[in-house]
Structure formats: structure tokens, C-alpha cells
Design a protein around this ligand. Structure first.
Ligand SMILES: O=c1[nH]cc([C@@H]2O[C@H](COP(=O)(O)OP(=O)(O)OP(=O)(O)O)[C@@H](O)[C@H]2O)c(=O)[nH]1
Length: 635
């Protein structure tokens, strides 16, 4: 692949990304760069007025971020990394520089100044090559910036506040994330999209090419000014023999603005080398080393992520189990020593865990200590409204064990609760296998968090306003019922679930006005008569059941439905290409846990029709869920 040789030049180096931005991390790792993350502690408070142009401010800030990390790492290890990359993204409008908003009012101020206008996004980048000379840090700095123009639509007050309350603006330059909800505000962009997201990858590759493959005078005519060189363009004997592997050193005679000097004759065409200079010797060795790097196959970044992915999951599970995010919700920032003391763990190892959490964007680290990111406050704190803490703990305590038996599930074609948990698959959802109150509550909280993630979209996938009564079969904590009641004030919703679930449902009952619309009924939808309703709901139930039980349940629902009544079915389906990876992973989850199976959209549609539900409509919700609405025909 043409881009690989450029990025491949970094493969044998210790590369550090001096940034806490999860977006920068993702962009660089998607490009196959292997690197460590050490967030910079440089305070972004240079005097903006002292810069001739906004981009100069971004470039200088990027440089200071990278230098801060280089010098800290050098002091700590007495060895700096080979390359440190720093970046800074700003937005400019009407002569003002906008950085990350400090609070919601600030986000409002920023976003309203962008409404209906074109603005510029600048990302400054510094690539700092580090060398150790007599114990001192020496650096060669290469810097550049990229500009992208973005135009916003006119934004209503309501939209602005809704967007601000989503929490997305808070850690983003200019108060928006073009890659997520913020993309909806954008009318057009001119330039590099990834530059807006935080890292101008294309310009970065060109810069690397310029550094590692400086054109020889005779090549100047051959190289298109703005192209990223490929192997074909540059691979020739003199390039391989003499260099092109280490960045070309600045010609001592050339000024800062002149960029990188052309090759010195006799040094293989690309390096200025001094006899006896250890740095030059290192360069020769590296050149030999990188000769093979050029012919290496593409770096398997995605594969490595797959191989090691379980370690990242386990680190998150551990931080949740130690309630690190609860601790930091209450008091932040906190130093590692205080957090370790609070969670009763080793200081050194806690610090490693906290730094990992910082690197993956769920904690922030400053000189004052660690704090939760917005994401952690929303989802990782154990008692937040949208908490996924119990879902994470369920994965840690339950699903993890099941997945260690995946090979048996595949070989034997059976689910594995007996081997993994000492239970039968059918006992997982039944009263027949009593669970401790804590396990039951953990399961219910996990389902609650998961259901809430998509409940609004499920409730509004179709216009359900003409129904007056609904029954959510296996509706657990009533998370979906609650959204339905909020959306449709004339709808009465019954939640039917097993007695062991209903026993704890009161812990989740809503307190708002919608509480009066919801009732909880204890029962087994396979045995007891179903509460009367003109809309039945089966949300994420059928995939856990084998075919005979699916037919059994659907015929009971169909038998209870009046002509004109409907069934709303919610399931992750198997055959949608876009969602293939997530759905396939869920299908592994189903096969290891239960006797059910994931089905295709066509299969669910046929199942509904077979049981008398016609005019089946389907809507896609989020990345994975399909919502089906079928109407009971007259028998
Ligand atoms: O559309 C988007 N625009 C910007 C972003 C993110 O915004 C921040 C910009 O902040 P900064 O450059 O100061 O970087 P930090 O996040 O503070 O990390 P450092 O440790 O590098 O200072 C950046 O994260 C962009 O990715 C976005 O996501 N979308």
C-alpha cells in the first residue's frame, strides 16, 4: 500500500503522542502508527495577541505540548523517545480564537458565534525528533499547520441547548465534534475533515515523507509538490544505501523557515553526517534497519487491537470495580496517591491503570491530578442516570466467564452456562435458579442502562400515538415503558416480567408524571395469560429463545392481540452489512449464553407474518437494532 512506507519509517522508533485527545489517538492508530500516549501538561495559555496569525498560536502550542513531554520523559528515564508528536486544534471566527469551552455557557457563546457562518479550523502539529547528547536532550523540530473551512447552518436556541446538554461540546475545540452529533450542524466543509477532528493525517504523512525522503535535486522535477511519495517514487539504491530512513538533519546554514535541507553529496544523498558523530552512527544503523522496514508487509494494527482488546476491556472493568469513577465524581482532581489510598491498592499499579484510562479518554490528567471525562461521568459512575456500570460489571462477573468457554460452545454447538457458571441456559432468566439479590439487581441495572441507550429511538421509530394501551413483555425495569410513556402521554403501559424481576422493579420506577401511566405485573409470558393491550412489545427477547419457543411465544401474543392490534419487535439482526461486526459479536454472545440465536431481518419479518402480523414495517435504530411493527390481521 502506497502510504505504508511513510508511516513505516516510524515503526522501529519509540513514538509518543503528546496528547490526551482520543480522536488523535484513533486517527494515528488507524493509520498504522505504533505509539505510546503521554498527555502533555503544557497549559494552553500562550498570549494569543503576541502571534501574527491564529495558526502560529496553534503551531507554538503544539510545539510546547510536544516539548513538555519530551523533556519530562527525558528527565524521568534519562532517555527521551525518538519522536514526540504534539498537536493543537483551534477554531477562528471574526478574529477570535476559540478553544475548548470551559462550561456550558462558554459552549453556548462559541456555538452561537459560529451559527450561520463560515469559520476556520486550524490544527498545528509539531514532530519533535529527540536525541540524547551527553545526558542532555537535543531536539529537531518540524512543524506545520492545516486549515479547513467549515460552515454551520443557522442554529436555533433549542438546537444549541440540546446539543450542549448532550455533553459533546465540552472537550472539543470550538465546542463541537464534527465526527459525531456536531456533524449535523455543518452545511459544508472545504479541506481535510480529519484536520477538524484534531489531526491532519494527510499533511502529517507529507511531512514525514519530506523528513524521511528529502528529494534529491534530480528528483525535484519528478515529485509533485503536494503528493505523499510511494515506494515507486523513492525506492532506489542510493536512497536505501545512504539514508532516507532517519529524518534529514537541518542544514546548519539554513534558516528556520527554509524547511529541511536537501541531501549532502556523499552521504548517500540525504543526510548530513559528521565522521565520529554518534548520532550519525546511530543514523547509519537505523538506515540499515529500515531497509527492511520498507519491504515489511502492512503493519497489522487492527489485528493487534483484536489480539489485545481483552486487556483494554479488563482494565476498564477493573477501574469500574474499584469505583475509581465514583471517587472522582465526588472529589476531583485527585492525585494517584490519594486514589490508590481510597481504593486500597498499590500506588504504582494504580497509577498505571489511571494512565491507561487517561490514554483511552475516560480520565483526564493534569498537574492537579486525575478527573473524570464527561463520558465517565455520564456512563461509568455507578449511580448516574445513564450508568453502564452494572452492564460493565455483568460483563466482568458473568459474560467474561462464558466467553472463556467460547471454543466449547463452537465445537459442541451448545451454550456454556453449565461449564462457566454451573447453571443451565434456561435457568438464566427463570425463577427456578434463585440468584442472590445483588446478582439479580446487577442484571436488572445492566439491562436498564443498555435499554436506556436506545429507548428514545425505539419509542419514536414509528408513530405509536394512536395506541392507548401497550404491554412490554419481559420489560424488566420499565426503561422502555418509561420512554414510551414520556413520548405518548395517552398511552398506558404494562410491564410484564417474572416474579424474581418484579420483586426488585420498584427500585427503578420512574418518579416523573409518566409514573401514573406505567404498571408492573408479575407473570411468565409462556404460562400466564397476557395483560390486554392493543400494542405488544417484545424487545430483545426472541434472540435468547430457540425456534420452538419463539413460535410458542409469538402464537400466544398473536392469540391475545385483537385484529388491528400490533406487535413491536426489537432485535439486533444478523444480515445488515453495515452492522455486521457488532451483530456478529452479539450472535457469539447469544450462542455462548443461551439456546437462542440471532436471526436475519427476513427471518423476523417471516416470523411475524407466520403468526398473523401483516404490513410489517422495519426501522433501523442506532448501529445495531431493527424495530419491526406488524399489525394483527383478522383471523
Ligand atoms: O470537530 C471536532 N473538533 C475538535 C475536536 C477535538 O477538540 C480537541 C481540541 O483541543 P486540543 O487541541 O487542545 O486538544 P486536547 O483534547 O486538549 O488534547 P491535548 O492533550 O492534545 O492538548 C481535540 O481533542 C480534538 O480531537 C473534535 O473531537 N472534533
Amino acid at each position: 500500500m502506497a502510504l505504508c512506507p511513510v508511516v513505516g519509517k516510524l515503526l522501529h522508533k519509540r513514538v509518543v503522542l503528546a496528547s490526551a485527545s482520543p480522536r488523535r489517538r484513533e486517527i494515528l492508530s488507524n493509520a498504522g502508527v505504533r505509539f505510546e500516549v503521554v498527555p502533555s501538561r503544557f497549559k494552553e495559555k500562550l498570549n494569543k495577541a503576541s502571534f501574527s496569525a491564529p495558526y502560529a498560536y496553534a503551531v507554538e502550542t503544539a510545539k510546547q505540548k510536544a516539548l513538555d513531554v519530551a523533556s519530562r520523559m527525558h528527565q524521568k528515564d534519562l532517555r527521551a523517545p525518538d519522536v514526540v508528536i504534539g498537536a493543537d486544534t483551534i477554531v477562528t471566527v471574526g478574529g477570535l480564537i476559540l478553544e475548548k469551552p470551559v462550561d456550558k455557557q462558554d459552549a453556548y457563546r462559541m456555538l452561537s458565534s459560529l451559527s450561520g457562518k463560515e469559520h476556520s479550523v486550524f490544527t498545528g502539529v509539531a514532530i519533535v525528533h529527540c536525541y540524547s547528547r551527553d545526558g542532555q536532550l537535543d531536539t529537531d523540530i518540524s512543524e506545520f499547520y492545516e486549515e479547513t473551512k467549515v460552515k454551520f447552518s443557522e442554529l436555533s436556541e433549542e438546537l444549541l441547548w440540546e446539543y450542549i446538554h448532550s455533553g459533546e461540546p465540552m472537550d472539543k475545540a470550538g465546542g463541537y465534534g464534527i465526527q459525531a452529533l456536531g456533524g449535523m450542524l455543518v452545511e459544508y466543509i472545504h479541506g481535510d475533515f480529519l484536520n477538524v477532528v484534531g489531526f491532519p493525517l494527510n499533511h502529517f504523512c507529507k511531512k514525514l515523507a519530506e523528513l524521511y525522503y528529502p528529494p534529491k535535486p534530480e528528483d525535484v522535477q519528478r515529485v509533485k509538490h503536494d503528493s505523499i511519495p510511494t515506494v515507486d517514487t523513492f525506492e532506489n539504491p542510493s536512497d536505501v544505501e545512504g539514508g532516507g530512513s532517519e529524518p534529514a538533519q537541518r542544514n546548519p546554514g539554513s534558516g528556520e523557515g527554509e524547511g529541511w535541507g536537501p541531501c549532502a553529496p556523499g552521504a548517500g544523498g540525504s543526510l548530513v553526517e559528521a565522521e565520529g558523530d554518534p548520532r550519525a552512527r546511530g543514523t547509519k544503523e537505523a538506515a540499515k534497519c529500515n531497509r527492511t522496514a520498507e519491504t515489511l508487509p502492512p503493519f497489522p494494527a487492527d489485528l493487534l487491537e483484536l489480539i489485545e482488546g481483552f486487556k483494554a476491556s479488563k482494565a476498564l472493568f477493573t477501574a469500574c470495580k474499584l469505583k475509581v469513577f465514583d471517587l472522582l465524581r465526588d472529589v476531583a482532581p485527585q492525585k494517584a496517591v490519594d486514589i490508590a489510598g481510597n481504593v486500597d491498592a498499590s500506588l504504582y499499579k494504580t497509577e498505571r491503570l489511571l494512565d491507561f484510562c487517561t490514554a483511552v479518554g475516560i480520565l483526564e490528567k493534569t498537574e492537579q491530578g486525575y478527573s473524570n471525562t464527561e463520558l465517565a461521568n455520564l456512563y461509568l459512575v455507578s449511580d448516574s442516570e445513564d450508568s453502564l456500570h452494572s452492564f460493565i460489571m455483568r460483563n466482568n462477573d458473568h459474560t467474561w466467564n462464558l466467553f472463556t468457554h467460547l471454543e466449547f460452545a463452537i465445537q459442541e454447538g451448545t451454550s456454556q452456562p453449565r461449564r462457566a457458571l454451573g447453571k443451565e441456559a434456561e435457568d438464566l432468566f427463570q425463577d427456578s435458579h434463585p440468584q442472590s439479590k445483588e446478582t439479580q439487581l446487577q442484571f436488572m441495572r445492566a439491562m436498564h442502562g443498555l435499554t436506556r441507550l436506545t429507548a428514545h429511538q425505539v419509542a419514536t421509530a414509528f408513530n405509536l400515538s394512536w395506541f392507548t394501551s401497550a404491554c412490554d413483555l419481559g420489560g424488566c425495569t420499565g426503561a422502555l415503558a418509561c420512554k414510551l410513556a414520556q413520548e405518548y402521554p395517552h398511552l398506558q403501559v404494562t410491564v410484564l416480567d417474572l416474579p424474581n424481576v418484579m420483586e426488585h422493579a420498584s427500585c427503578f420506577q420512574p418518579h416523573g408524571p409518566e409514573a401514573a401511566q406505567i404498571s408492573f405485573v408479575s407473570g411468565d409470558f409462556f404460562r400466564d395469560s397476557l395483560p390486554r393491550a392493543d400494542l405488544y412489545i417484545l424487545s430483545r427477547i426472541l434472540h435468547d429463545l430457540p425456534d420452538d419457543r419463539v413460535h410458542d411465544l409469538l402464537s400466544r401474543v398473536s392469540g391475545s392481540s385483537k385484529p388491528g392490534g400490533s406487535l413491536l419487535l426489537v432485535e439486533a439482526v444478523l444480515d445488515d452489512e453495515q452492522a455486521a461486526r457488532v451483530s456478529l459479536m452479539q450472535s457469539l454472545n447469544t450462542l455462548v449464553q443461551t439456546q437462542g440465536r440471532q436471526r436475519s431481518r427476513g427471518e423476523y419479518r417471516r416470523l411475524l407474518q407466520q403468526h398473523g402480523f401483516c404490513d410489517v414495517q422495519v426501522a433501523r435504530v442506532g448501529d445495531t437494532l431493527d424495530v419491526f411493527l406488524g399489525t394483527r390481521a383478522a383471523p
